[in-house]
Write a protein that binds this ligand. Structure first.
Ligand code: FES
Length: 496
């Protein structure tokens, strides 16, 4: 070491162990000195990869050794004065090491690696060598408030559990992650929702309410329109007495195709609501479509005269992997199987918040490959004996909605309880008897329950009337009455 102007020796050890020696001098060291170091490191034998460039002062050696014994590897032992060494550490040396490629790089000329080395990100916790990229990926899986997310983060990555000096930065990242998840820029898979209701004389469908934050120009056009029976998508759903899915803009009877295309909307599904044989409303959902919108809409159908199973009537898969679509189109679903089969059997909505790990979801493997994480299936209101089930599927980064709930009676006729609830910010919500509330206190949920008319509520005043949404940063809600035996049996709530 005294023979160099600068020299350090640092032991390291976790997954791999060793000693990292660094030395530098203003001039290229004499060859005998380099050979002496190589001899100490046993890099003077025959089984050694060797690169030498005398003109540029580059000299490298690497000795492959048996697995489990580590390796001796000498990087450039000397550099010219104008070549500056980049900062580094024994830990980054170990973590960034790519043994499979290092040998190849060793024999290439030049001081820089010829391939881009992926960055691990900025180190946040030096005790456990955790980077901001690793923290960001883990935060996508965390649920609950800021403190709960921090605890989950610490138990998953150990960051902040030793000296604690990184905790302020961890708290900042947890806050930033929550804002990113619920900020105005976040897109949901369902982009626009409309509620059409019959005119007073029952001859037309008029726009009663809508959620157009993601497509205001499209909303302005919708507000000028009305539909007769069998006119446009809402009119056809009314006329046919069943849900309709239009996966493509072109070649359909959809009258606002150009405006929808300009707003980045694609698949549309119309859900008529019938109570006691009468149409109360038609809900139309529009989904977004770009490479960040992983999601699918499926309409499953059973005709008891033909089959005992559900088969796919229509589906929209956007940029979702084709293998997932093929599985749906080639198969059928038995009553009680998978999310659509369960919703059909229970005559009630079914929500799965972690599709890849769910035993209830039949195509979990293909869904995981396609990036599908959430599934909401619910039976659709119809006039005939046939059964229809809508299945909404989305990723975790573009969820179908920011929050999903189902409200059902809890035994009395005066209260509703949350049958299930899932919030993208808070995770699973309390459900069951403890969540029961008087119907009149539930705002638009109570209104949808009493009238059987779907409701689209937006703005602070409307959200303030939803006691369960207070303080969750939600801006609007769509309440869809679910029916069974021709009467309202639940209210499905989608929050945006
Ligand atoms: S720097 Fe994170 S626990 Fe010490």
């Amino acid at each position: 070491m005294p023979r160099f102007a600068f020299a350090t020796v640092v032991p390291f050890g976790r997954e791999r162990h060793g000693v990292l020696m660094r030395a530098a001098s203003a001039e290229v060291p004499p060859l005998p000195l380099l050979e002496q170091i190589e001899a100490v490191l046993r890099l003077d034998g025959g089984q050694v990869l060797h690169y030498s460039d005398k003109r540029h002062g580059q000299r490298r050696k690497r000795a492959p050794v048996a697995a489990g014994r580590g390796h001796a590897h000498r990087r450039p032992a000397a550099r010219r004065r104008h070549q500056r060494r980049k900062p580094g550490s024994s830990r980054s040396c170990r973590k960034n090491a790519r043994p499979g490629s290092t040998a190849g790089l060793l024999l290439l000329p030049g001081a820089k690696p010829p391939v881009a080395m992926p960055s691990r990100g900025k180190q946040i916790c030096s005790c456990f060598d955790v980077t901001d990229a690793e923290i960001g990926a883990e935060l996508m899986r965390c649920r609950g408030g800021a403190d709960e997310r921090l605890v989950q983060l610490q138990s998953a990555l150990a960051c902040g559990t030793n000296c604690g000096s990184c905790i302020p930065e961890l708290r900042r990242l947890v806050r930033a992650g929550a804002e990113k998840c619920l900020g105005p820029a976040m897109k949901t898979f369902v982009r626009v929702a409309e509620v059409w209701t019959p005119s007073p004389d029952g001859s037309l469908l008029e726009l009663a309410s809508g959620l157009f934050d993601a497509a205001p120009a499209f909303g302005a056009i919708s507000r000028t329109m009305c539909f007769g029976r069998a006119e446009g998508l809402p009119g056809h759903a009314w006329d046919e007495g069943r849900p309709l899915l239009l996966p493509h803009l072109e070649g359909s009877y959809f009258r606002r195709a150009a405006a929808a295309k300009a707003a980045g909307l694609t698949a549309r599904v119309a859900l008529p609501v019938f109570v006691s044989g009468k149409l109360t409303s038609v809900v139309v959902l529009f989904c977004g479509d770009d490479e960040t919108h992983v999601g699918a809409v499926e309409l499953w159908h059973n005709d008891p005269r033909v089959s005992t199973d559900l088969t796919l009537a229509d589906g929209y898969y956007g940029s979702t992997a084709p293998a997932f679509e093929e599985l749906a189109r080639d198969g059928s679903i038995a009553r009680g199987a998978g999310a659509p089969g369960l919703a059909w059997q229970r005559e009630a909505a079914v929500f799965i918040d972690d599709v890849p790990r769910s035993r209830q979801f039949l195509r979990a493997g293909a869904a995981a490959s396609a990036g599908i994480v959430r599934a909401l299936a619910f039976p659709c209101s119809t006039l005939g004996r046939e059964s229809w089930v809508l299945n909404l599927l989305s990723s975790g980064t573009t969820p179908m909605a920011r929050r999903v709930e189902s409200w059902r009676p809890e035994g009395s006729s005066t209260h509703l309880q949350r049958a299930f609830g899932f919030c993208e910010q808070q995770g699973p919500l309390p459900a069951g008897a403890s969540s029961a509330l008087p119907i009149e206190s539930l705002g638009p949920i109570g209104l949808a329950w009493w009238t059987g008319v779907a409701q689209a509520a937006s703005g602070e005043a409307a959200l303030a009337a939803l006691p369960t949404a207070a303080g969750a940063g939600l801006r609007s809600a769509l309440l869809i009455p679910g029916t069974s035996d021709d009467s309202v049996s639940e209210v499905i709530a989608l929050y945006f």
